[in-house]
Design a protein around this ligand. Sequence first.
Ligand code: SF4
Length: 356
Amino acid sequence: MVNLKSLAEEELAGFVRSLGLPAYRTRQLLHWIYEKRALSLQEMTVLPKALRERLSRAAYIGNLTLLDRSISADGAEKFLFGLDDGEAVETVLIPEGSRTTICVSSQVGCAMNCRFCLTGRGGFVRDLKAHEIVDQVIAVQRLCAPRAVTNIVFMGTGEPLKNLSNVIEAVRRMNGLLKISRRRITVSTSGVVPEIDRLAGMSPSVNLAVSLNAATDELRSLLMPVNRRYPIRSLISACRRYPLEPRRRITFEYILFDGLNDSKRDAQRLVGLLRGIPSKLNLIPFNPYDGAEFRRPADGKVEAFRDMIQSRGITAVVRKSRGRDILAACGQLRGGQSPREHPVCMSETTSCRAAL
Ligand code: SF4
């Protein structure tokens, strides 16, 4: 039995041909799966009953299983979805005025081992397949209808660029089948330099968000082991090479840790790194969790840091975490565990990401 969602568009066309069906049946299937969000072949009333039964003997429409749903007082929602193999993955929905953003996970767990990240502590389990990424969007859209999704960010669990082939295929389907513009899709990374270049080869390109968090190799390597392999200089060079459409900018995320990376000297170094790159800097005060070894700076320090950056001509915004009451903030997603057991925060900040 074939899960029709597991097939890329061309593969689905091949499957339809193999059954001796005309090409327009492919378009009907795509429309019902991705736009009407049908849960089963039986819902596809556009198909004759005999055809639905024939298809059902060879194929089905797979769906994520909703295991848990937490709604924050500020409107953000976190979903825990079960996968076919018993693993689970978290997805966050963030309403913000007329904009509705879905933050998708790209892996079960994460291997990057960033020191400040609760998500990474559980280790890496496996990559998500393209359809498991896309299905997070389909499932949330179905659960939240009629609210329409306007933006997608790859900032949930996992390092998207370590699962790039599936991420690229997922973007292709979000764009072509879910009709979400690539200008509204952002892929974030902790700094996997060769894959940034590979992502840059996508045309048209998606938005790029880079989790920076430190302005020296010494500190960044301490916080993010990926920096030992791809130091700041090579990361910034890859960002300078990244193709940007007019008026587009790279988002840099910088989690502020009290007394660690929030000094005037840090601000000066940061400005030096970003100078000349069309960029926006998201400053994310660290969201402490039980057992965290870092502290959140006082609000006054955060504002002073932002002002130092802005006074030197770099756009800097302080991102306030939302949904803390349900623990869905950046770097705090932990697929497979109940959000009630692991309340993190839920918001515009993921451990590594906050490009909303
Ligand atoms: S911050 Fe991001 S890349 Fe780093 S361990 Fe956490 S999920 Fe992985």
